[in-house]
Design a protein around this ligand. Structure first.
Ligand code: SF4
Ligand code: SF4
Length: 428
């Protein structure tokens, strides 16, 4: 694990704004871990906000809903931050708005009904992995500890923090629902020490005992990277190790991000599917950073055309996500996905990133939070010896970027790891 410059100011202190009336949306069918969703609309159809437009494409998959009302004008391949190009449903928005009203009898909803609502709302983990939430909320083993993750350890990004500052009661209502579903003995709100104001608010709400929760406490963790990784978080909060190849439920834990808890609240209280999210736009190429609620499927270019965002100078680098785990974008035609927590627009001089030979300094080994041997991945992938990657537990890599960050030879180790994961034999 490493100490990285946070760059969280001024985003941390900027109240969330809204851009919820876009002109056109490009809604990708691949927005989550698992099978791509299957479109259930066709060109020419007219949809209302919240209508189902793509159904789950398999067991591990999620529904997709129309973020705005309008006409389906195309279904075709379009820019996708992670896949480069992928099928997307294009909606010409008509400016209509849906009013959401409070669901009756929320407290009396049975577990099965709550799970059904969440599964039908297209909610995925909003901490980055975008794993379908209804599956994560059905663990095959008993859970004794629920951990709510408010760490947001990626530099620059501030959306989880703003959500905790502005919508904490709603997040707690979401946590109540999660607790009802998994029935843990204890609930831990894990947050990094650099989020003082949110910590105060969290402790206040825990102490009011206003919410129906199991034994609850906050755990204030060091601001180091990647503190918010599930396995790192479980160890830091509970000193429990999740073994190689195992999942948090194997250690009796379930980890959910604060934004996911908020999405669960909206789905259960208002029958509102996951069609918008808070996104942090920052970096020194912008006139000013902003935290903005946007509809999923909104193109970055529309935010600039509408002058919601403005460039100070042409960006030399555009990143979807944070600087550690994000992916570089080559233009502004990319849509915002359910899992897009932030975008960076950087004006740094392009540094010399030419890779030089590994000097076997072991810095990548020292910083790897999963105790892996990152240098071996780069070596094996360069030689296309993919069959040996499993011997070095490549599937345990969380792609946090710590190894690349400190490599004096500027070896893009994570890029090699991503290639390696793609080509490593699946039965290993
Ligand atoms: S940090 Fe870079 S140079 Fe050092 S051992 Fe790892 S890959 Fe090699
Ligand atoms: S090998 Fe994977 S988990 Fe380890 S530092 Fe590199 S990216 Fe992170």
């Amino acid at each position: 694990m490493i100490l990285v410059a946070e760059h969280k100011k001024p985003q941390h202190d900027l109240r969330a704004e809204k851009y919820l009336n876009p002109k056109k949306l490009y809604v990708p069918l691949a927005q989550h871990t698992g099978a791509q969703s299957v479109s259930c609309v066709k060109r020419g159809d007219v949809v209302k906000e919240g209508d189902l437009i793509a159904k789950k494409g398999g067991f591990v998959s999620a529904d997709i809903h129309a973020p705005c009302g309008g006409k389906i004008v195309n279904i075709d391949r379009w820019f996708h931050p992670n896949l480069k190009r992928s099928p997307a449903i294009v909606i010409q928005c008509d400016g209509s708005k849906k009013e959401y009203s409070l669901r009756a009898g929320i407290k009396d909803l049975k577990k099965e009904k709550l799970l059904e609502i969440i599964a039908n709302s297209g909610i995925v983990g909003l901490g980055g992995a975008a794993f379908p939430t209804h599956i994560k909320l059905s663990p095959p083993k008993p859970i004794d500890t629920l951990i709510i993750n408010g760490c947001e350890c990626e530099p620059y990004l501030a959306t989880d923090y703003r959500l905790m500052m502005e919508n904490l009661e709603e997040i707690f209502k979401g946590i109540e629902i999660i607790s009802k579903l998994i029935n843990p003995k204890e609930f831990i709100f894990a947050i990094e020490e650099n989020k003082h104001e949110a910590v105060k608010k969290i402790n206040l709400l825990i102490n009011t005992k206003k919410f129906k929760l199991p034994k609850a406490r906050s755990v204030i963790l060091k601001s180091i990277y990647p503190q918010g990784g599930e396995k790192q978080l479980i160890y830091a909060a509970l000193q429990r190790k999740v073994p190689s190849g195992k999942l948090p439920f194997d250690a009796g834990c379930l980890v959910h991000n604060v934004a996911t808890a908020f999405a669960i609240y909206e789905a259960v209280y208002f029958d509102k599917p996951l069609i918008e999210r808070l996104v942090c736009f920052c970096g020194d190429a912008l006139v000013s950073p902003k935290n903005i609620w946007v509809k999923t499927g909104t193109l970055l270019s529309e935010l600039f055309e509408a002058k919601i965002l403005e460039f100070k100078t042409d960006p030399k680098k555009i990143v979807c996500g944070g600087p550690m785990m994000g992916v570089n974008l080559d233009c502004l035609d990319y849509p915002i996905l359910k899992g897009s927590g932030g975008f960076l627009f950087l004006n740094r001089p392009v540094v010399d990133l030419r890779e030089t030979p590994c000097i076997r300094c072991a810095r990548c080994v020292d910083t790897c939070p999963m105790n892996l041997l990152p240098l071996e991945y780069a070596k094996l992938v360069k030689k296309e010896q993919y069959e040996f990657l499993a011997d070095f537990h490549i599937s345990d890599c969380i792609e946090c970027g710590c190894c690349s960050y400190g490599c004096p030879a500027k070896i893009p180790i994570v890029q090699y790891i991503k290639i390696g994961k793609k080509y490593a034999p699946k039965n290993n």
